[in-house]
Ligand binder design. Sequence first.
Ligand code: ATP
Ligand code: PRP
Ligand code: NIO
Length: 485
Amino acid sequence: MKSTGLVTDFYQISMTYALFRLGRHKNQVVFDRFYRQNPFGGGYTVVAGLSHLTEFVNNFRYDEEDIAYLRSLGIFSEEFLSYLAGFRFHGDIYAVPEGTVVFPGELLLRFHGTTAEAMLMETGLSMIMNHESLIATKARRIRTVVGSDALMEFGLRRAQGQSAGLWGARSAMIGGFNGTSNVEAGQRFHIPVLGTMAHSWVMSFDHEIDAFREYVKCYHENLILLADTYNVLEIGVPDAITVFHELKAQGKLPKVYGIRIDSGDLAYLSKEAKRMFTEAGLPDAIISGSNDLDEYLIQSLKHQGATITSWGVGTKCITADGSSALGGVFKMSARWEDGKVQPVMKISEDVHKITNPGIKEVYRFYRKDNGKMITDLVCLQGEEIREDRDVVFVTEAAPWRKKHLRAGSFTVRPLLKPLIQKGKAVKLPEISEIIDYANQEMATLWPEYTRLVNPDIMEVNLSCRLQELKKEIIARELADKHHLT
Ligand SMILES: Nc1ncnc2c1ncn2[C@@H]1O[C@H](COP(=O)(O)OP(=O)(O)OP(=O)(O)O)[C@@H](O)[C@H]1O
Ligand SMILES: O=P(O)(O)OC[C@H]1O[C@H](OP(=O)(O)OP(=O)(O)O)[C@H](O)[C@@H]1O
Ligand SMILES: O=C(O)c1cccnc1
């Protein structure tokens, strides 16, 4: 596999070089990954990207041609270039598993390594997780409105590049799609490849009915005929009915058969088509719909009584229409000084940009009686969280607001799991397990958090000890700044 060492921003390499010259590149640090705002104005984000991330880390090295290119810039010493030539990640990464539903401000990934490792790898790590989590989230929004209908990912032709199409298709599966038209994704990730037929097939014949007849001679299952090349209700549906009657007479009508409508008024056309199929004795015919669909259009079509139960979604999912990026960030939270760990934080004029210091864990609380999610807690490593003790959450911005959980009324689990240990990736779950887990995760959220517009936002709590540590660091920094000590 190609090396990924150059998949970074130039400043990461120039800073690493400067640290190298100072002899500080091997200092140990901890970085946190989190995001500040849900995409699409929604109530959550779905984590995706860890499989790609482990590939990225495994291949993070500088090959001869990478070194030759860096040498050609005429900036770096030979000593530094030979350090890069031997560079490998030896640290640890803990991450919230793919398919987990997460919220703004909470810790999603904790990176332990040298300063050089953190700097060189930050950009690629963020790029992968921001992209794939964004697509998984868009897909999940679409899944929440289609219910149990079939959902096909059709976006490759409109994806922003091959890699976005490939990894986007995998992310869409984590977000709840049933399969993809992207054949490379089927091969790489063992996910179902699905599809119907294009106008080019119908237009390769003089008459639409010939195109349908030849297709059903060749294929005997999943016979979804594209019915809108000429006129859905006057030509497409009658032709499909004729062909399905012919198959029925031969005892060859499969379980899955029907039409796809890709233009016009999808509500009206699908209702009429369903009526025509039913009157023709084909009530099981599936009506599939596509054409620039997204979660809002599908919701509207359902409200209009559309009879579509199989949805093809391309452009709007693969390009994450409505939110061009997930703004996940990667910030230092601790560093080692003279063998001792020092919590650090970014103090900003903009209160939203203040970070949380120290080595932290994140816990999720569920109601014991119905399994629904209650809240999340970010705390310092070593804080004891137990199901047999009461827990009190204190709102950071309004300390008079307290929420009590009685011992025995909740279950709790840590969200971060080891992803890379001493530079080696742990075995990740199969995609089918990730998909099952993602579906279970969503089921723990009340619908108030999953509605498309103005959803409730799950509160992420900071433990009292973490809040204290933050206050201490801020007070110390401000005192230093104003020479008060
Ligand atoms: N009943 C409906 N209510 C709301 N929007 C609909 C309805 N039916 C279709 N749409 C959506 O309206 C948009 C425009 O549909 P239209 O058939 O005009 O598409 P088009 O892109 O012009 O057609 P074509 O794909 O043939 O070029 C599409 O996104 C389509 O999914
Ligand atoms: O609409 P999307 O959600 O992106 O789904 C994928 C689209 O790709 C195909 O269209 P094609 O490229 O043939 O062009 P068309 O829009 O003219 O049908 C297909 O017929 C869908 O309309
Ligand atoms: O299989 C299909 O129907 C399909 C595939 C890609 C794009 N549009 C439709």
